[in-house]
Ligand binder design. Sequence first.
Ligand SMILES: *[C@@H]1O[C@H](CO)[C@@H](O)[C@H](O)[C@H]1NC(C)=O
Length: 162
Amino acid sequence: MAKAVALLALCVLAFATIAQSHEEVFDVEGKVYCDTCRVMFPTRVTQYLEGAEVELRCRAIENGTVTYSVSGRSGAGGSYSLKVHGDHQDEICDVVVVSSPDPSCNEIVSEIDSTRLCLTHNSGIESAVRYANPIGFVKTEALTDCAEVLDELSFVPIELQH
Ligand SMILES: *[C@@H]1O[C@H](CO)[C@@H](O)[C@H](O)[C@H]1NC(C)=O
C-alpha cells in the first residue's frame, strides 16, 4: 500500500512538472526576410537576413502596458528562435523587426514589420512551439528580376496566397 501511494505521488509529481514546464516556456520560431521586390510579401527572389534583431513584446489588453519583452537575433537562413516565459492569456504579443544587418535593406514598413502570436495554452493549442509569420525589411531599390517574378505570379494566382 505504501509502495502504491509512493508510486502515485511520483506520477503526480511527474505530471505536475510536465504541465508546469509546458505552461512556462513557449518557443517562438520565425524568419526575417528582405523584401527585395518591395511588394510586402516574400517572393522567390526574397533574401533571408542573418543577424537581424527582433523583439517580442506583450501588452496588457486592458491598457496597452508592456508586460513582457524578449529580444533575439536571426541566424542562418534568417531563422530566429525566442524563448518566452509564462502564459500570456490577457495580453497581445507581437514579434517586431528592430534592426537590419543590411544597410541596403533596412526600411521598416507596417505591412511586414510585425506579426501577432497567441501565447497561451488556454486557446486549445497544446504545443509549446509557435510558428510566427515571416517578418522583414524592405529593400531600398527593387532587384531588376522583380518585373519577371511578379509577372510569373500573375499567371499563377494561387502563389499570392503565401
Ligand atoms: C495595466 O493592466 C495590467 C493588467 O490588468 C495591470 O497589471 C497593470 O497594473 C496596468 N497598468 C497600468 C499602468 O494601469
